[in-house]
Write a protein that binds this ligand. Sequence first.
Ligand code: HEM
Length: 412
Amino acid sequence: MTEKISTKEFSAGSSGDQIPTLTLKELEADPHAVFRGYRKQHPVVLHESGGYFVLRFSDVDRLSKDPRFGPTGTSFPEMQGLDNGAMFDMFDHGMLTADGDIHRRRRAPFSRLFAARAITEMRPSIRRTAENLIEGWYGDGKVDFFDEFAAQMPARVIADLFGLPREDIPAFTLLVYEVTKFFSFGLTPDDISGIEKAGQQLREYVDEILDERRRRPRGDFLSTFLAAAAESGEMSPEEILYQIFQLIVGGTDTTRVAIAMQVALLLQHRDQWAEVCRDPASVSGAVTEAMRFEPSVAGVARATREDVDVGGTVIPAGQFVTLSTMSAMRDEMAYDRPDIFDIHRSNQPRLHPIFGYGAHRCIGEAIARAELEESLSAIAARIPQLTLDVPPKISGHFGIRRVDAMRLSWKP
Ligand code: HEM
């Protein structure tokens, strides 16, 4: 457990200036407009449901590397009223919210599996997965793209990576989608109890998979990882379980939303879609721009270790802070015409802000990019005549964002 982080006593900064408080209602209606409205005047705002939001690119970029901002430990489940159970344990035992040596110990066993070079070798099989999915419904001339493609890609890739049976996909993905709802504000007690129930079932599922692998090792990644962990004795059984739990959770919904949004944005900008279909070299820029324009993850969470002055507003020590990459990536001080979707943007930062920063930067970045690029390439090559019949609505401004139905059609 980490020291207590406050999210409540924050109506004014220590500088004495009143800090505006954003409401859930206005943020749910149009988060980009709300962030845009405050960003020029206020580097920092408050959120009615929890903590501070840092809005400007220069601050998000700088503070993400600032040692005065640490991981959030168990403060987020505590904000939601939980002090035990599967969801609490994910924060208590997982890498995302751990600090220093504990974090390094939890993350290190996965570094090689997720390294860019290892993922490059997986690209042909990721591409085949995308092509096989497309062939499954191509002849129908229409598809519920969110369910039949965007959701399937990350689930299949993560199942193959960890050797999970493909027939388990429908069940474990439903649990994951429930669990990822936790990373948002405004949950009711009923929501939380449903999420906790799904978290418990997902925990049991991961436990069974690990047990089976311990009994019958197969020489795959999980078997090797479990043998190495047993030999070194560096990780508790709970830590072993929750790293796999967190990787399954982290690698499923984030990419599902991003795959859907990149296709939707391109189909809404038909000239840029035509270009992607014509020129495979433009795919990487299109993926980067789609993640900037409508990110699937809206920010990174941190806790202040001491008072920090952000552009004249002091965030006191011990506060829950969201570095809003979603706001930062539309900051007019960092991007030219930020509200225009443009796959030719030349001033994208070298490291994409959507994947976070520093020691906690997304371990799944290379695999996410591979899935996004191979999906887009496969779709553009096979169905350039695609039409967007029902555009998806994206919502959310913290954690993993949500997308609803998205339907496409074409003449086969
Ligand atoms: C478009 C897809 C994805 C996005 C936008 C995304 C975004 C992020 C962000 C913002 C963080 C937190 C970084 C920080 O706090 O500085 C993170 C961490 C993490 N992500 Fe991802 N992610 C994606 C895909 C994946 C995939 C495919 C996996 C696994 C297969 C994954 C697993 C994780 C894990 C385990 C962490 C915790 C890393 C740590 O604390 O050391 N993510 N991700």
